[in-house]
Design a binder for this molecule. Structure first.
Ligand code: PNS
Length: 165
């Protein structure tokens, strides 16, 4: 049987505890998981892509996520092109609310039409239901404590910059 490969795409600007929860759940469901940092032109970025990759790698390692997890970035075109290149037939998205369902559904349909890539929605732990990268960006930008919402590596980074990370 072919290995079951999935992609968890997102901006991850920065990675949150909600992201990590979805990554852990997805890693347990698939043989190989690609966590893919994708530039979203609709959002003004806080962190460079390279920094998001480092933070994701560190956060996943420190959380002892089990499974074959690859962290990568993609800016060369359609997300489904990356999925097809690595043999992934599934995209995984975390769903916090009906708002997320409304946002994700058109993308899921288009990705299926484009390349027969299905989207699986996973529910994170309800304790992460209100956490979003945009909220973290806002609180961090105003000097607030974001440690309840992000993995320790991200909290250290946002607290100290690259120093101590
Ligand atoms: O974390 P985000 O910002 O909600 O992630 C959105 C993202 C990056 C997954 C989405 O913008 C995306 O899939 N971009 C890839 C571009 C693409 O393939 N678009 C066409 C089909 S939707």
């Amino acid at each position: 049987m072919d290995p079951r490969i999935a992609v968890v795409p997102g901006s991850f600007d920065p990675p949150t505890l909600g992201h990590l929860d979805v990554i852990r759940r997805a890693a347990g469901l698939f043989d190989q998981l690609h966590v893919l940092v994708v530039h979203n032109p609709g959002k003004e970025a806080m962190l460079p892509i390279a920094e998001r990759l480092r933070l994701l790698e560190r956060s996943i390692a420190e959380a002892d996520v089990e499974g074959d997890v690859i962290v990568a970035a993609w800016s060369m075109g359609l997300l489904v092109d990356y999925a097809t290149d690595v043999g992934a037939k599934v995209l995984v998205k975390g769903i916090r609310s009906q708002v997320d369902v409304a946002y994700e559904t058109p993308m899921a349909i288009v990705n299926r039409d484009l390349a027969h890539v299905e989207t699986v929605f996973l529910l994170p732990d309800p304790s992460h239901a209100l956490v979003s990268s945009s909220l973290v960006r806002q609180v961090a930008g105003l000097g607030g404590d974001v440690s309840p919402y992000v993995p320790p590596a991200v909290a250290r980074f946002l607290d100290t910059g690259a120093r101590g990370f």
